[in-house]
Design a protein around this ligand. Structure first.
Ligand code: ASP
Ligand code: MG
Length: 421
């Protein structure tokens, strides 16, 4: 029998009514003849509440919260949210006449490495689950959790149920992995920024990765990486409607011909420039080494042309990382490891990116992008490109305008032409 993984996020299982609504969707697929593995998140807000309790427990009485605690016990606590929804979903399914049982991560087992709080799945042994499928019993699996090498419960990091679902779909050879959430698909850009944003029928894994990591927070990035590696077809759809969602799939399955599929943005970026650093081997290493050690996540990097052996070095990072970055660079300078005349931070910038696998075959995407921004009088501060994306930094006050202008310039409000064949 064909298999299907159906994952329901926290808002889709927020209370019993919603669990029943989700269960009806499961029943429908069961009636179509699928063996279904349902993967559930904790009820909306539950994981935050549990994390809060852990932090309070770890603090000295009356002193608020502490982030120093035993990560194994953190996992024991936060994994409980999914345990509850798995049991409830199974009860509701049984009540609707769908034979089902719940599985905790350790019962499957979903084996992970030892990184408590941010564990990676290493192997899923599906034999027991498949034996139960053969007996007609559908599975409800607690997302987000697994079993570590020390025999203790692990969790996969926030948003990790998406990854549980994709990994399970790969292990079971499922036809598809449906991710039910509170949005009805992946859009050409954030609908809050332009009403013209359009739901995409299909999007390639690589595009989704760019959009996910660039700020379209629909799927945990790691789940998309995993789906791409194992070619798991992923569908993002709403549990509150019956509309089809967006299929995240291999580019071979995409029959549309367009250069750009979506516009992504990151609102709170910062641009830092080291003015007049020596232009000789080892200087970039001396700058970015201390930044990496300080845990600064550097994004774009631009080195200017040099004049008389000196150059300017510009990079971007998240606004939150600016204090760490400044400190690391000032200390490196004090130690004599680097030498710059001035360090300037601009914390009022945003990153806007156009993304599309079609860029590999369509010329002129960057030119069209720059022209559209110029027509709106938006100044570009930094540019970077990759094979399927062009990103620019602009003043934050123009971010929305830039997204809207680019959405228009690439005709993203209109359906794309179909490819022949
Ligand atoms: N409940 C976990 C979280 O809120 C995992 C998930 O829902 O994906 O992060
Ligand atoms: Mg989620």
């Amino acid at each position: 029998m064909p298999r299907l993984v159906m994952k329901f996020g926290g808002t889709s299982v927020a209370d019993l009514d919603r669990i029943r609504n989700a269960a009806r969707k499961v029943k429908r697929e069961v009636e179509k003849g699928y063996e279904v593995a349902v993967v559930v998140s904790a009820m909306a807000g539950k994981t935050n509440e549990l994390v809060g309790l852990v932090r309070k427990a770890a603090a000295t009485e009356g002193e608020g919260e502490s982030s120093f605690y035993d990560a194994r016990e953190y996992d024991a606590v936060v994994a409980s949210g999914e345990q509850v929804t798995a049991g409830l979903m199974s009860i509701v399914l049984q009540e609707m006449g769908v034979p089902a049982r719940s599985w905790q991560g350790w019962q499957v087992p979903i084996l992970t490495n030892a990184s408590h709080g941010a564990a990676r799945i290493e192997e899923i042994r599906t034999e027991a689950l498949e034996r139960k499928f053969a007996e007609g019993l559908h599975a409800v699996v607690a997302g987000f959790q697994g079993l570590g090498p020390d025999g203790r419960i692990t969790t996969l990091g926030r948003g990790g149920s998406d990854t549980s679902a994709v990994a399970l779909a790969a292990a079971l050879g499922a036809e598809r992995c449906d991710i039910y959430t509170d949005v009805d698909g992946v859009y050409t850009t954030d609908p809050r920024i332009t009403k013209k944003a359009r739901k995409l029928e299909r999007i390639a894994y690589e595009e989704m990765l760019e959009l996910a990591s660039l700020g379209a927070k629909v799927l945990q990035t790691r789940s998309v990486e995993l789906a791409m590696r194992y070619k798991v077809r992923l569908q993002v759809l709403s549990s509150f409607s019956d509309e089809p969602g967006t299929l995240v799939c291999d580019e071979e399955e995409i029959m549309e011909s367009r250069a750009v599929s979506g516009i992504a943005y990151v609102r709170d970026e910062a641009k830092l420039t080291l003015i007049s650093v020596a232009d000789r081997p080892g200087v970039a290493a001396a700058i970015f080494g201390p930044l990496a050690e300080a845990g600064v996540n550097v994004d774009m990097i631009v080195q200017n042309i040099s004049e008389e052996g000196r150059t300017d070095m510009t990079f971007s990072c998240s606004v939150d990382d600016v204090p760490k970055a400044m400190k690391a660079l000032q200390e490196a300078r004090a130690k004599g490891a680097i030498n710059y005349r001035d360090l300037v931070a601009d914390t009022e910038v945003s990153k806007v990116s156009v993304v599309g696998i079609g860029m590999r075959s369509h010329a002129g995407v960057a030119a069209r992008m720059f022209k559209a921004l110029a027509d709106e009088g938006v100044n570009i501060k930094v540019i970077t490109t990759s094979e399927i994306k062009v990103s620019v930094l602009v003043d934050r006050k123009y971010m929305e305008l830039a997204v809207q202008a680019l959405h228009d310039a690439f005709d993203l409000d209109k359906p794309a032409d179909r490819l022949e064949g």
